[in-house]
Design a protein around this ligand. Sequence first.
Ligand SMILES: [Zn+2]
Length: 391
Amino acid sequence: MASNYFSFKILSRDKKTKAKTGVINTPHGKINTPAFVPVGTAATIKSLTPEEIKNCGIEVFIVNTYHMIFRPGVETVKKGDGLHGFMNWKFPLMTDSGGFQAFSLGEYGPRNVSDKSENMVKITDQGIEFKSAWDGKKIFFGPHESILAQHKLGADLIMAFDECTFYPIKKSYAKRAMQRTHDWAKTCLQVKKQLNNKQTLYGIIQGSVFEDLRRNSANFFAGKPFEGFAVGSVANSREPRKKVFQVLDWTLPILLPVNKPIHFLGIGEVEDIFIAIEKGIDSFDCVIPTRLARMGWIFTKSAGLKNKFRFDITKSRYHSLKSPPDRSCRCYTCTNFTKSYLNHLFRCRELLGYRLATIHNLYFYANLMSQIRTAIENGEFLKLKQEWLKV
Ligand SMILES: [Zn+2]
């Protein structure tokens, strides 16, 4: 699907791995890849202004369609000139299909998918029926509804509607969900074509933890005119860690030769980022840096792998420490405040604490991505990975 509003150009490739750098061009500017995509669930990265988000080095973030449907409603956002105008964010944006939240936030909460569980959130070949997590109102949402809602929201990069499955799962159900996802994907392409807008549609590969299903799904999407791919239903859905990355080993050899951007849904731990990039992933989204910031977790390289590169600023040992939260960081928080002050803000539940921790964590992630891109360009990706992960 050639277009003049979207392009993906690969700029450099690592010789020893599948890691690569590139640039995604959108109507609202460029995204350098590999890119970390923070989550702005309810049309905000909690507590930050657009200027602050941009100053952290963030080039794109993802808003959840499901949340927008209920509050404030997609029509309200449309009247506010789409998400870009509504939020006053002038740079690239991504929305998800709404499917994942419909499954996980429907009245009955996260479910274990089995053949019997369909009555909890009702799934038909047309779409899904679920109850609002806020007022219990019954909602029907299918591929048509998802693309129309995302059209009104107006993000640059949008996702095809998929059936998101949870783990553990029977293979027979995973197969059925995958087939539905493929049928829905075709509808999404048709609806998108009719709308003829400047949005870029990513198809979502499903198939749970089953190799033949994942390969089948990757082959299906590789042959369709989607402009990008996303690997779905892995990281968010409690699959064993080993299987999460096996899914990439099964699908990426099929997807990579197509030379379209590949997004990994729900990945965000530092170690996982290195592994995903090494295997050929271009972007990933995750709530980790922002959600954990609000709980007092400060990311830092020196906290090492064991602590997953973060420490808890609310601990009493930081009560009087005058050093910056992260000595090697040049963000607004670290160049202006001490561990002692952040500890105080969190202990008093002061709003500034959440803001300062979020600013630091986003800067940390954006800076890590920048380091990774430079390392790939210089042929030093594995060296950087070794330096961080000590493996
Ligand atoms: Zn910092």
